[in-house]
Write a protein that binds this ligand. Structure first.
Ligand code: SF4
Ligand code: SF4
Length: 343
């Protein structure tokens, strides 16, 4: 179980401050009548790609990506609201005594979502436009809660994407399997000098491997290269929190053989097929909605978010696969652990 070091406390404080800022922003818009800044969600970067809208969310993602050559994916570890929500979900699950089941979630599902969001949706929007979009700036559009829909869809998004995904697939499952931002941020991670470094005596206990929410083989990287050269390290410092000897710290380093978490076997195709099915279901439902004759009002109460359906399908695919193979446990940590990782 990880201990909260000053780094851990600072990360939690940053995540709480983020939610206070978000609440203030929503309050200023809906209660205070301030309309200058609309949604600041990372997902709104797709409006930029699809129709050329430069909004506050796109600027935020742009700024986050610009910091990656220096800080790596620190934005994801410290300043992403959905990353924070998954961390809070993990904390809440632990408080009620639910340990994550740690089902295997194939990172390749990200490539599928990437293809859907960047290629299919974006290119389709360009075709509908008949030309490449021209950039225009409107930081007040769309409104802060535009993408969230009704309170029911908010509850489903939070319940399914944050709590259920963490319970089924382990910490930061959404980041590991679905978030396209972290995929793009890998480019910056390759160059970033700010890393987790070996600073003291390692007793090879593997606590850092089990604590890493991104599934990085932390102890192996530290042993082999002196620093964590991982494509998906979000600089959260949880390996540092977990180390019983205080052997890990933040520092600067270059080089190293960059590694993504080792692929794990079992259920990958079932998960991918489920995820693809979820995406198709989303398309069908929302085509039905746009053609009002084909669906009742109930469709309007469903979340209009591909990632939600992809994750539902993914969970279903893995559940069926596990049922068929007798529910054998999956290996959770890439290097050594067979027990559920800390959340
Ligand atoms: S290696 Fe350490 S800092 Fe990087 S994601 Fe894993 S726990 Fe967080
Ligand atoms: S937690 Fe610390 S002591 Fe244990 S393997 Fe990792 S670096 Fe070594």
């Amino acid at each position: 179980m990880e201990q909260r070091t000053p780094v851990g406390r600072a990360r939690v404080a940053a995540q709480l401050a983020l939610y206070v800022a978000l609440a203030a922003h929503v309050g200023a818009w809906y209660l205070g009548g301030r309309r200058e800044v609309g949604t600041v969600s990372a997902a709104s970067v797709f409006y930029l790609l699809q129709v050329g809208l430069v909004n506050a969310g796109a600027l935020l993602v742009g700024a986050a990506l610009l910091t990656t050559p220096l800080l790596g994916n620190a934005f994801c570890g410290w300043a992403c609201h959905f990353g924070a929500l998954q961390d809070f979900a993990g904390w809440a699950l632990r408080k009620v005594g639910l340990r994550p089941l740690g089902w295997h979630v194939p990172a390749r599902i990200r490539a599928l979502l990437f293809a859907k969001l960047f290629v299919l949706n974006t290119v389709a929007a360009w075709f509908a436009l008949g030309k490449l979009p021209r950039l225009f700036v409107n930081c007040g559009a769309p409104e802060p809660l535009f993408a969230l829909g009704t309170w029911l869809t908010v509850a489903l998004d939070v319940g399914v994407l944050a709590i259920l995904s963490v319970w089924l697939f382990g910490p930061r499952a959404f980041c590991r399997a679905a978030c396209p931002v972290i995929l793009v941020a890998r480019l910056g991670n390759l160059a970033a000098p700010l890393r987790m470094k070996l600073r003291g005596n390692c007793i090879d206990c593997g606590a850092c491997d089990r604590a890493c929410p991104m599934g990085n083989p932390v102890s192996r990287m530290l042993k082999e290269g002196g620093s964590v050269a991982a494509l998906d390290c979000v600089r959260c410092g949880r390996c540092l929190d977990a180390c019983p000897t205080g052997a890990i710290g933040f520092g600067t380093a270059r080089g190293g053989s960059f590694a993504a978490p080792a692929p794990r076997r079992g259920g990958a195709w079932a998960a991918l097929a489920g995820g693809a099915l979820g995406i198709v279901l989303h398309e069908l439902l929302f085509r039905m909605r746009s053609d009002g004759s084909l669906a009742g009002a109930w469709v309007a109460h469903l979340p209009n978010w591909e990632l939600f359906y992809a994750f539902l399908g993914l969970a279903l695919g893995v559940a069926i696969h596990r049922l068929l193979r007798g529910g054998k446990p999956c290996t959770l940590s890439p290097s050594r652990s067979r027990s559920p990782r800390a959340v």
